[in-house]
Write a protein that binds this ligand. Structure first.
Ligand code: NAD
Length: 489
């Protein structure tokens, strides 16, 4: 059996709702293709409003039913740990699915995506028994009161996730929701649903009761929109583009459901004059090009102190040209294909805009390969703040580099974006590192590193990069409502 049939043996064009594989009510399906060669490898159900209704009813039933609502916190914790272990046991299979569906290197999925999914379930298993309220020193009216808060699960969560880290983004949302005691309807991207379908199946194998997690596959403007508008959903947890996040926020107003949003970015890298260039050059290159630039916190605007600008640009070009662009199943591959033909065309369009607006092309600047949706790692030098490639989120392997003269100037430029997801700074001067970290408008700031994401660290964006934070105590608490209880004594 070849690798592909081995890893893609899920029921075709079916969704797991209330613990049962089911077709979409419409009977329609969406073709799934491998972006490394454009060949169809499977199909998923094109879920719609009727399927969302069924999934929400199942999630509501499970939320109120005895097997979930009466499950002891310590048993929920054990379940999340079992899920973590089950994912670990299927690491290779999940990594292969992710590579066929999204294009990324199997080695990267084994190193980042699968461990991130395992870690978040294991970390969140601890919160099941530790989400506590407080006793409150009420002054009142002279009578004695006993007042306290309870943290209660919000209810039914609608989770909508993107295509760049399908497995780990789904795992983040599911682990937080389950730790808080919620039930879930999850909709993966129509481009990359396979690993989430398998994940939800594995969660049932690990002991998840029926109806607690239900998956609806389908288009965003159909199934996703139906979830955002649904009166039976209490919270939408969304990761995706800022444009879609705005639509979801508006649709959610109908029943004032809670909304948390993890959105786009245009993160800056700053290389100071005193930086250790042996670390900073490959660090800044990976900060932009890893996962073919398809990362929300990709650092795609690089500001380099003028005194080291020339050696840094030369070094970056050397690193970018050394990356092997190719099929994700090749162990040497560093840069896989973009997720779809549309995404490849969009990224090539930004590259043409960069050339037309007068940026200096240092390396790359074109598609790669005879088949599939590859784009060469591309670096533009001498970029200006008003250029499209400096302002817009490209979501591909395109880096803009410009020189700066002083820290006030670079902080102003770094902050001159509608986004505020992340930033990094490379310097040996601790005072500059920490004072700059305090000035940057970003939800995550990395000093002499980039992209260190951990379930213990709140993750999310300032400005148009989102609402709320993911993972950590802050993230899981966004899946609870606080109730004040006050008893006259
Ligand atoms: P997208 O917004 O197009 O789609 C994201 C999800 O929303 C998909 O499941 C899609 O089907 C669904 N969707 C689309 N239209 C919808 C609608 N009208 N109503 C409800 N759901 C809808 O994003 P994408 O192209 O899949 O992913 C790339 C984007 O995601 C980038 O902007 C990236 O920065 C962002 N992202 C952010 C984070 C973060 O943590 N901040 C992480 C990963 C990706």
């Amino acid at each position: 059996m070849n690798a592909i049939t081995e890893v893609l043996r899920l029921p075709r064009a079916e969704m797991l709702i209330n613990g049962r594989w089911q077709k979409a009510e419409s009977g329609e399906a969406i073709a799934v293709e491998d972006p490394a060669n454009g060949q169809q490898i499977s199909e998923i159900a094109a879920g719609g409003k009727a399927d969302v209704d069924r999934a929400v009813a199942a999630a509501r039933g499970a939320f109120e039913g005895p097997s979930w609502s009466r499950m002891r916190p310590i048993d929920r914790s054990r379940l999340l740990e079992n899920i973590a272990r089950t994912i670990e046991d299927h690491a290779q299979e999940l990594a292969l699915i992710e590579s066929h569906d999204n294009g990324k290197a199997v080695a990267h999925a084994m190193m980042i995506d699968v461990p991130a999914a395992v870690d978040v379930f294991r970390y969140m298993s601890g919160w099941c028994t530790k989400l506590t309220g407080k006793t409150l020193p009420v002054s009142g009216d002279g009578r004695a009161y006993h007042a306290y808060t309870r943290l209660e699960p919000i209810g039914v969560v609608g989770a909508i996730v993107p295509w760049n880290y399908p497995l780990s983004m789904a795992a983040w949302k599911l682990a937080m929701a389950l730790a808080a005691g919620c039930t879930v309807v999850i909709k993966p991207s129509e481009l990359t649903s396979l690993s989430t379908l398998r994940l939800v199946e594995l969660m049932h194998d690990a002991g998840l009761p029926d109806g607690v997690v239900n998956i609806v596959t389908g288009y965003g403007h159909v199934a996703g929109q139906a979830m955002a508008e649904h009166e039976g959903i209490d919270k939408i947890a969304f990761t995706g583009s800022t444009a879609t996040g705005k639509k979801i926020a508006i649709a959610a107003l109908g029943n004032m459901k809670r909304v948390s949003l993890e959105l786009g970015g245009k993160s800056p890298s700053i290389i100071c004059a005193d930086a250790d260039l042996a670390q900073a050059i490959p660090g800044a290159a990976l900060a932009c090009f890893f996962n073919s630039g398809q990362i929300c916190f990709a650092a795609t605007r690089l500001y380099v102190h003028r005194s080291v600008y020339e050696p840094v640009v030369a070094g970056l070009a050397q690193v970018a040209e050394s990356f092997k662009v190719g099929n994700g199943r090749d162990p040497q591959t560093m840069i896989g294909p973009l997720v779809s033909k549309a995404q490849q065309e969009r990224v090539l369009g930004f590259i043409e805009a960069g050339k037309a607006e007068g940026a200096k092309l240092i390396t790359g600047g074109q598609a790669a390969g005879d088949e599939g949706y590859f784009v060469k790692p591309t670096i533009f030098g001498d970029t200006r703040p008003d250029m499209t490639i400096v302002r817009d989120e490209i979501f591909g392997p395109v880096l803009s580099v410009s020189a700066f003269d002083d820290m006030d100037d670079v902080v102003r430029q770094a902050n001159s974006s509608v986004y505020g997801l992340a930033a990094n700074i490379w310097t040996r001067d601790l005072r500059i590192a920490h004072t700059t970290a305090a000035k940057l408008h970003a939800g995550s700031v990395w000093i002499n590193c980039h992209g260190v994401v951990d379930p213990a660290m709140p993750f999310g964006g300032f400005k148009q990069s989102g609402w709320g934070r993911e993972v950590s105590e802050e993230g899981v608490s966004l899946y609870t409502e606080t109730k004040s209880v006050c008893a006259a004594l």
